[in-house]
Design a protein around this ligand. Structure first.
Ligand code: NAP
Length: 307
């Protein structure tokens, strides 16, 4: 299938282009980006022009930051194209509902991708937890914003989500592996005095069986990066680390320890299935948790942040 990639920036270059190039199912037929392009691929700076001039391209993958994404996604759907969305699928939940309604009405595929759910050991963790009684779960997601978002001012703007940009990856895993739904019961958001979005957050969640569920997100961690979920159950302890690439159950380790390895090829394989079957996959549960954390959260002003 021919596909157009929109927003040739960090994640398009790091993950989408290699995943599409390595797949026999996909042909990168055009890019839409105001500054970026890919050698040998027709480049547009305007989405409307691409949609008009390339009716043969039926699928559009959006790698933009969340705030501009809705307008691009709606434009592509209105032009009858199937759409794949980077995470988070929009800047607000209402935008995502509007996109879903439009795709449903027109029989188009729409995919809210959650790349961390495709990490190597997430499926095994889910299978192991399925018949256990959870007593405690803690997420530690601490990374260096300067390394992963070098110079990206949008993460600090309204709608940029701040530390929830990586934190939502952890929440996408937890909402996938836990057999019971959770919701946010308490949140503390640490916002730099010169920024609009949090640099760190501490969350607590309600769990229907009374397990203690909590999360600690921080964008100020230099050196080793920590993307770990620890779950204690009535039948042992599970630790998912390296963003879901490594699994340890009661001391026994399995996995690749390669964060992001294989995640994007699996997302494109999933998109291929959705388009072929005419499906929509718009699970918004990770985004609901972030929206609720922002609604409930107490704000604490912390030291200013500069790149
Ligand atoms: P980015 O490099 O800052 O932005 C991607 C591209 O989007 C830019 O190169 C720019 O291309 C275009 N763009 C930016 N602002 C725009 C605007 N206001 N209107 C239209 N186009 C705009 O961001 P990124 O790191 O790739 O992140 C993009 C998405 O991927 C985010 O939702 C992020 O959460 C997700 N993601 C990022 C990472 C990561 O490691 N950075 C990992 C996984 C997922 P032009 O200027 O050429 O138009």
């Amino acid at each position: 299938m021919k596909i157009a990639l929109v927003g040739i920036g960090k994640i398009a270059l790091d993950q989408h282009i290699p995943a599409i190039s390595d797949s026999s199912a996909w042909d990168l037929a055009a890019t839409v980006s105001r500054h970026g392009s890919v050698d040998g691929v027709e480049a547009f700076t305007d989405l409307d022009q691409m949609l008009e001039k390339r009716p043969d391209i039926r699928v559009v993958s959006l790698c933009l930051p969340p705030v501009p994404r809705f307008a691009y996604a709606m434009q592509a759907l209105e032009a009858g194209r199937h759409v794949m969305l980077e995470k988070p699928p929009g800047a607000t939940l209402a935008e995502c509902h509007a996109l879903t309604a439009r795709a449903q009405a027109d029989g188009l595929s729409l995919y809210a991708t959650w790349h961390s759910r495709q990490a190597d050991m997430v499926g095994s963790a889910k299978a192991w937890l399925a018949d256990k009684r959870l007593t405690r779960l803690h997420i530690t997601w601490k990374e260096d914003v300067r390394r992963w978002h070098p110079g990206q001012e949008w993460v600090w703007e309204p709608g940029g989500m701040g530390v929830f940009d990586p934190g939502i990856n952890a929440l996408s895993i937890v909402t996938e592996i836990l057999p019971h739904p959770i919701h946010v019961s308490d949140a503390l958001l640490k916002v730099p005095e010169n920024r609009q979005t949090p640099i760190a957050a501490e969350l607590r969640f309600f769990h229907p069986q009374g397990a203690q569920v909590s999360a600690d997100f921080d964008w100020r961690q230099e050196g080793d990066q920590t993307w770990t979920i620890e779950a204690e159950t009535d039948a042992g302890t599970l630790t998912l680390s390296d963003g879901g690439a490594t699994l340890q159950i009661d001391g026994k380790t399995s996995g690749t320890a390669a964060p992001l390895g294989g995640e994007y090829p699996r997302l494109y394989a999933q998109m291929s299935e959705l388009v072929e079957g005419g499906g929509i996959d718009m699970d918004l549960s990770p985004m609901t948790l972030v929206a609720d954390a922002c609604t409930l959260g107490r704000r604490e002003i912390v030291a200013p942040f500069q790149f």
